[in-house]
Write a protein that binds this ligand. Sequence first.
Ligand SMILES: NC(=O)c1ccc[n+]([C@@H]2O[C@H](COP(=O)([O-])OP(=O)(O)OC[C@H]3O[C@@H](n4cnc5c(N)ncnc54)[C@H](OP(=O)(O)O)[C@@H]3O)[C@@H](O)[C@H]2O)c1
Length: 330
Amino acid sequence: MEFQAMVAHETDNGISLIRETVGDDFLGPGTVTIKVHFTSANYKDGLGITPGGGVIRNYPLIPGIDIAGEVFASDDADFVPGQLVVAHGYDIGVAHHGGFAEYARVPAEWVVPLDGLTPREAAALGTAGFTAAMSVQALLDQGLTPDDGPVLVTGATGGVGTVAVDILAGLGYEVVASTGKLGASELLTALGASSVIGRLPGEGEKLRPLGKAQWAAAVDSVGGQSLAHILSAIKYGGAVAVSGLTGGPAVPTTVMPFILRGVSLLGIDSAHFPIAARRELWARLAKDLKPRHLALLENYAPITEAESVLRSILDGTHSGRTVLGVAGEF
Ligand SMILES: NC(=O)c1ccc[n+]([C@@H]2O[C@H](COP(=O)([O-])OP(=O)(O)OC[C@H]3O[C@@H](n4cnc5c(N)ncnc54)[C@H](OP(=O)(O)O)[C@@H]3O)[C@@H](O)[C@H]2O)c1
């Protein structure tokens, strides 16, 4: 079998995505071969084509941390040809060929059967949407209820952010969306945000160990100074689910929010989230956690335009989730 793929190559001038015809043996080991219908563009995919980005371990590699499509062939009794599936996390698009190709091959233990979502919806959610769901679930597990007060979402126009705003608003929470793109207020309000504010801390605002307690909880994919500021403004007993670092990895905080307000910091990692819990959460993404406005936050581009979409994620001009069409788009 020969098929089309976008392959990331490291050259003297950086990392480029090159369209190539590859053979079946290029895919390497795995028990389930997936005919890819859609993949998507994530911040992590952007880092994968950034020199020193620290995501892709060896080049050449087919990037794409999200794979959504149908089983083409399976050596595992749990999966049959034609079955609709999604796969993400583990080594996919990092150290194992990912979704930027007509076919992908992965171990059955990485595959999630789709029930109640189309492959396009699964790609629109993708790793970012799944991370938003994990973040919301972590806050619910802490006992958060709508009566506790407003919930802050940072990086609100991003993949994690838009899906988190949509899920939380759908569950009846008052959502405050923090964004650097104030032109996106209309989109965020349409997704269910009650109010839209700028990035945190505000211009000229000093970081303090404790500030006015404003938010019951937060979904944070920004990290950095923003996370330090949020921690200082979480209400007594509240929690922050942190998944990302678009604002930087170093968080200049103190112990004060933790020891004087009982604030909890909840770490969210989607990559190694165990498969049984992963399959359960995907099932809930088709039911009670299903975002109500996926069509609003979704953009579409053919896979051949992946590189320019990823560059827009890296330069901060992208918003929402971009589904990359694979089947029929090479
Ligand atoms: N832990 C995990 O398992 C996991 C899974 C998925 C993603 N992540 C991480 O979560 C983060 C977001 O991922 P994503 O796919 O949602 O990315 P994305 O779609 O690019 O969204 C990131 C958002 O962050 C904000 N932002 C960008 N640059 C910023 C800066 N310098 N300072 C403050 N805010 C900035 C922007 O929102 P506004 O313009 O609206 O402010 C941007 O839309 C990334 O760091 C990613 O690696 C982690």
